[in-house]
Design a protein around this ligand. Structure first.
Ligand SMILES: Nc1ncnc2c1ncn2[C@@H]1O[C@H](COP(=O)(O)OP(=O)(O)OP(=O)(O)O)[C@@H](O)[C@H]1O
Ligand SMILES: [Mg+2]
Length: 572
């Protein structure tokens, strides 16, 4: 419990003492002062809860003391204690703010009660003050809050105003866009299809007025013959659900019965608890017609292209056939020429032998044995003629045999399958067959290396050698040389056919392999030779290299893998 403090002010020591003691006995902390001046000083440091003061004191009496005290903040209550028992003093002191009034002599009970009441009142007053302060604080805060609320309300009002303005502007802009849009825009009730809104372009495209449209359902606008397409689109839209867009072409029917196709973008939204479809459509009737026309045209072109391709393939195979015939023709001509010479010899010898035989017959008839003529010399002559003729005939037959063998070797008709073969055999027989082309005019030099047999279709490779040798001989005007070298390198067998012909300009290197490219006179070349050579060599997994100098000559090098091509399609 807090001990309350009491300040006793009396110039009379006995009084100070007795009052002090009485209050100490009652549990108060007591300080005493003999003058009002001293009491004012003590009051600052002691801070009494109550002051008991005498009235008549030297220098400053009790009334003045009370006045001075009241000038200070929160002055403690003052109980006036005096011997001068007058009503006036009591009234005056109470007027000045004294809390109570005691007259001496007083009984102690009266003193203690008065002090207690004064303290209680003071406390009440202090509490009251505290409450008041709190109240004021709360009031202040309330006012602040009110001020804030007011400001907030103002701000809100301002914002609402701005928002309303923006909304109005947006609405205005939306209206403008809605009506200016190049696309037809409809707002439709999803449940019934009722058109809720339609823009100017929608009126223009459908031919209906805004009022007419507002009394229509969107399904009234669809082309009745193509409702299946519309139904598919609608089910897609329903599947997509709210907030998702669906796009597609929908056929519409205008007021005057015309069919138009709109490329439509649709989306469903929820507005005021009902589902609404926003439908935006662009007229693509003309575009779709052009597209369809284009597709038809493309198909037609494709068809024509296929036909042309077929025709080309046909004519290509005809050309290849023609080339083969031409090659065969020149081969046959060459062979005929080659066989013609030895046959001429045999023929001539036949006459000689017939003559010799006739001579023997005549001789025997004219000179029977034992007629005495010198038959020996005559018979020797005839025998020598016969011997010479037989020798020539044997050579001629050898030549024919060689040609026939070469022909068989070249054609290799019995070896149309892939097999291991010595390319030298093929080259040799090919040279024999082109002999008539080059004989006397072109010297053929062979430098055959030690090469392995290769996996190949020999008859096809012979065609390559034949083409190349004929090209080389045709490139040489007058006299010249063809050199054929073979060697093995990097697991490939190489055949280089060089000529001292007119050469090929570099810009033609890639062209000469094109089917049909020829620099030869009409009827002389088909231009297929090298393209066939290239195809055959590539089918064998190989390649052809060219080296040429205009005016000096050309070398074609055929490079063939020893193992042949990994897999191969047969040549026609
Ligand atoms: N050794 C070569 N020297 C110079 N030019 C050549 C030689 N080989 C080919 N050419 C050129 O390449 C062209 C095409 O040759 P290719 O063998 O494909 O056809 P072609 O010889 O003209 O006709 P074909 O082979 O049907 O008789 C020839 O016309 C010629 O101009
Ligand atoms: Mg040729």
């Amino acid at each position: 419990m807090t001990q309350h403090r009491v300040l006793v002010v009396d110039d009379e020591e006995a009084a100070r003492y007795s009052i002090g003691k009485a209050l100490e006995a009652a549990g108060y902390a007591v300080e005493v002062a003999s003058t009002a001046g001293e009491a004012l000083k003590i009051q600052e440091s002691f801070n009494p809860d109550v002051i008991l003061t005498d009235i008549s004191m030297p220098e400053m009496n009790g009334i003045q003391f009370i006045q001075q005290l009241r000038a200070r903040p929160l002055p403690p209550p003052v109980i006036v204690v005096t011997a001068s028992h007058t009503y006036d003093i009591a009234v005056q002191s109470l007027r000045q703010g004294a809390a109570d009034y005691l007259t001496k002599p007083f009984d102690l009970e009266q003193l203690r009660n008065s002090v207690r009441r004064a303290i209680e009142r003071r406390q009440l007053k202090l509490e009251n003050l505290e409450y008041q302060r709190e109240l004021e604080e709360k009031n202040r805060r309330l006012q602040e809050a009110e001020e804030m609320l007011r400001k907030h309300a103002l701000e809100l009002e301002e914002r609402v105003q701005l928002g309303t303005q923006a909304l109005l502007e947006t609405e205005l802009r939306y209206r403008e866009l809605f009506n200016l849009a190049n696309d037809a825009i409809f707002t439709v009730d999803a449940a019934t299809g009722q058109i809720l809104e339609a823009n100017l372009q929608a009126e223009k495209l459908t031919g209906y007025s805004g009022e007419e449209l507002s009394n229509m359902k969107v399904q009234d606008l669809y082309s009745k013959q193509e409702l299946e397409r519309v139904a598919k689109f609608e089910s897609e839209l329903a599947k997509a659900g709210c907030g998702c867009g669906v796009t597609g072409d929908i056929p519409f029917r205008t007021r005057d019965g015309q069919r138009i196709v709109l490329n439509v973008s649709c989306s469903m939204i929820e507005m005021n608890a009902r589902q609404v479809i926003n439908l935006m459509g662009r007229d693509v009737t003309a575009i779709r017609e052009v597209e369809a026309e284009l597709a038809r045209y493309t198909q037609e072109l494709e068809q024509k292209f296929e036909e042309k391709k077929k025709q080309l393939l046909q004519s290509q195979s005809q050309l290849v056939q023609a080339e083969k015939m031409a090659a065969l023709g020149s081969l046959v001509a060459g062979v005929a020429h080659e066989i013609n010479n030895p046959l001429g010899s045999i023929n001539a010898n036949n006459d000689i032998l017939a003559l010799a035989f006739r001579k023997v017959q005549d001789f025997v008839r004219l000179h029977p044995p034992g007629d005495g003529t010198d038959a020996e010399q005559e018979l020797d002559e005839i025998r020598s003629i016969g011997k010479e003729a037989l020798q020539t005939n044997r050579m001629a037959c050898d030549r024919i045999l060689k040609i026939v063998r070469s022909l068989r070797n070249f054609a290799r008709l019995d070896e149309a399958e892939r097999k291991k073969a010595d390319i030298h055999e093929g080259i040799e027989s090919t040279i024999t067959l082109v002999a008539h082309e080059i004989k006397g005019r072109i010297r053929v030099t062979k430098e055959f290396g030690n090469v392995r047999e290769i996996e190949c279709y020999p008859n096809q490779l012979n065609q390559v050698f034949m083409n190349m040798l004929v090209n080389a001989s045709q490139a040489i005007e007058g006299e010249g040389e063809i050199r054929i070298r073979t060697w093995e390198q990097d697991n490939t067998v190489r055949v280089a056919i060089s000529d001292t012909g007119k050469g090929i300009p570099a810009e033609l290197y890639s062209k000469i392999f094109d089917p049909g490219f020829t620099t030869k006179k009409a009827g002389l070349g088909t231009g297929l030779g090298l393209s066939i050579c290239l195809r055959i060599v590539q089918d064998h997994g190989g390649r052809i290299e060219i080296e040429s100098q205009v005016g000096r000559g050309t070398t074609f090098t055929i490079i063939l893998p020893v193992e042949g091509a990994p897999e191969r399609k047969t040549n026609d």
